[in-house]
Design a protein. Sequence first.
Length: 436
Amino acid sequence: MKGILVSAPASGTGKTTVMLGLLRALSEDGLTVQPFKSGPDYIDPAFHRAACGRASFNLDSWAMGAGLLDAIASEAEGADLCVAEGSMGLYDGVAYAGALGHGSSAETAARMGWPVVLVVDVSGQAQSAAATALGFRAYRPNLPFAGVILNRVASPRHERLARLGMEAAGMPVLGVLPRRGDLKLPERHLGLVQAVEHPDLDRAIADYAAFLRENVDLSAIRAAADGASMTHPTALRIPSPAQRIALAQDAAFSFAYPHLVEGWRRAGAEILPFSPLADEAPPPADLVWLPGGYPELHAGKLAAATRFRAGLRRHAETKPVHGECGGYMALGAALIDKDGRRHEMAGLLGLVTSYEKRKMHLGYRRAELVADMPGHAAGAVLRGHEFHYSTILEQPDAVLARVTDAEGAAVAETGSVRGTVSGTFFHLIAQDGEDG
């Protein structure tokens, strides 16, 4: 499982551009490349897949046990090289350890044995950037380190000075990317605009690949790749919450973790996608699952989707429905959009949420269920992640779980349950003790 992990000192340094360009350029060179994402990101894996044609999976040391991590890593079987993208800065994680660690990209690199390629934004500095890179290498001396890619270099002189600093620090320079303003992916409130919404994603990724091919030593990166032996080798297989699962999939509902959906499928589940935005009723199934996404941007269209809502209600009369984050909001009574307009949702729960009154809710979640939800009985401990800006105005239904953040502080977003219908604001990643 040889690979590298692309990281950076902080967010916003250009590592996603490097990641996508690397995936496409290496694929163009004839390599089978397996992408991964370190940490709880819902959007990047779809971009990775578009770049190299292979499904990308999250690796998360806070939420996942050893068996599940190794099972997900085993998805690299048959690949020539793994390329993982870090989250935030290389060492950023939570204060208290979870299942295996603090959720940092450095933990992922160390566990998998993948040397770090550090993308350093050298804007406004030159030789001083070497002190940053040196500090990152020295902070955890046993962490495998491949070298740096200098990003946003202003001129040949700027490059010479930055290289001098790196040479003095003994830091290999794997590439130098000139400053360009046309290579930035569009963003919105939860990060990048979704891959399916990008107007010309393939052309954009091809441009990134050409840019990296001109300015990065791809051979040196391939030569730097390494890997550790897995301690719990096993195939990905996650107990499915139902045999036939109707899974909402469109621009409003797309944040389903790839390892969960694929793990359910490997366990024998049949996944039946449908589109609420296209006003499709859920297909006949044992369970309807509405993942997160952007219902707040499509509230009017969802409120007018009469076939979807009628079909959802018919299903809920006898069979379970579960929603995560945006899916939870869509199961509620109403959603208030950014302009203060109220839109009627499915009404299967009493939840009323507002995107007009915005507040960021972000972080890992540990949930001890006090009621059953699909695939998990009361008393089970789940680990997940929450990221949204909507606030709860009304939540009259029974509490689904006791929820805390990564530091053990109680979280008000407990999820709720009414009859066959349940929902949470956190996205499920794994159940404690469930190891792939």
